[in-house]
Design a protein around this ligand. Structure first.
Ligand SMILES: *[C@@H]1O[C@H](CO)[C@@H](O)[C@H](O)[C@H]1NC(C)=O
Ligand SMILES: *[C@@H]1O[C@H](CO)[C@@H](O)[C@H](O)[C@H]1NC(C)=O
Ligand SMILES: *[C@@H]1O[C@H](CO)[C@@H](O)[C@H](O)[C@H]1NC(C)=O
Ligand SMILES: *[C@@H]1O[C@H](CO)[C@@H](O)[C@H](O)[C@H]1NC(C)=O
Length: 304
């Protein structure tokens, strides 16, 4: 009885559900990648005499009783749930088998956009921010990689291979950033790229967001913050250079041991031929911080 049962199982499997190895059906090409609305044509071939050979499909179903090959052809594929199956009914065992077409219908996103989360205006150096990239109507999402760029540098990528959906979906990705002053003016971009495998288009189809210009506020920074010691040469013009970088741009003020003739209102550079020895202090300030730098002007030492 055990043997009979086993035989029954074997027969059942051979007659009704043979696929892959042992199934004499060959699909050419074995995997197709089609853009939404594009045409597609796939051939199914029987490797031995066949009673009926056909394509089971909601669209463009077809069959033949004469030929050893049958074509599945669609002029404009827009059906997200299409899963065509080639079937063959043979004269000899296995009497019936089927092969599913490995079909990928893809669509590039309608839009890819980027924006800060819960924040408007300039960012401040050293604080944490979130940037959000939103992708509308992409399929199939499991082939999507979202790449984040700062300038030309890829800073993060987000793969969605753990999701499965053949029809278009909306997805997003968040990038955490803690901007430095060097990132002031940097452009962030988000690129949605569909990596569809060797049968897919090359280069992979991609859509890039508009750039997001980062404005990063940072306190005034002097090129060299240490006090500068200068030697006074009688009558010559002297230049005290207090230039600092900063965002917003720093404003400057000067404190000197005597009234200076030249106007120093918001001047980063003090140029004068009438300086006397002493300590000159320059202050560079913006909305974040006030920083000072000293210039020590000495009388020229005799005999040197
Ligand atoms: C953004 O702000 C809203 C309302 O203030 C809050 O509910 C949400 O959690 C915030 N989102 C993030 C990512 O901080
Ligand atoms: C994503 O980023 C990681 C680490 O930065 C990198 O190793 C990997 O190759 C990237 N993946 C892709 C698909 O580019
Ligand atoms: C971003 O910066 C670029 C280059 O500096 C500039 O052309 C563009 O207008 C800026 N965009 C916005 C929205 O400020
Ligand atoms: C002052 O220093 C800055 C930064 O080093 C420089 O760009 C600028 O040309 C200098 N100005 C003068 C008048 O020397």
């Amino acid at each position: 009885m055990g043997t009979k049962f086993l035989q029954w199982i074997l027969t059942f499997c051979m007659v009704y559900s043979v696929t892959g190895e042992g199934c004499s059906l060959i699909i050419k090409p074995s995997r197709v990648v089609v853009g939404f609305g594009e045409s597609v044509s796939v051939t199914c071939e029987a490797a031995r005499p066949v009673r009926v050979l056909g394509w089971e499909s909601a669209i463009s179903a077809a069959h033949t009783q004469q030929d050893l090959s049958v074509q599945w052809k669609v002029d404009s594929l827009i059906d997200w749930i299409e899963e065509p199956i080639c079937y063959g009914v043979f004269f000899t065992a296995p009497r019936q088998c089927e092969e599913k077409l490995n079909l990928v219908l893809y669509k590039t996103p309608d839009s890819v956009s980027i924006r800060p989360v819960n924040h408007t205006g300039p960012m401040v150096e050293g604080k944490e921010y979130q940037l959000l990239c939103e992708v509308q109507n992409i399929a199939p999402v499991q082939y999507l990689t979202l790449r984040w760029y700062r300038g030309q540098t890829e800073v993060y990528n987000h793969s969605f291979s753990d999701l499965t959906s053949s029809s278009p979906v909306q997805v997003s990705s968040i990038l955490l950033i803690t901007p430095t002053k060097d990132e002031n003016g940097a452009q962030y971009r988000c690129v949605a790229e569909l990596e569809l495998g060797p049968e897919g288009p090359k280069p992979p189809p991609s859509v890039t967001s508009e750039p997001l210009n980062a404005s990063v506020y940072f306190p005034p920074v002097f090129i060299s913050p240490e006090p500068e010691v200068l030697e006074l040469i009688g009558g010559d013009e002297m230049t005290l250079n207090c230039t600092a970088t900063g965002n917003p741009a720093p404003v400057y003020s000067w404190q000197s041991p005597h009234p200076i003739q030249e106007s120093t209102d918001n001047e980063a550079v003090l140029t004068s031929s009438s300086l006397i020895p002493g300590t000159y202090t320059c202050t560079a300030s913006n909305t974040l911080e006030k920083k000072s730098k000293q210039f020590i002007v000495k009388a020229k030492t005799k005999g040197v």
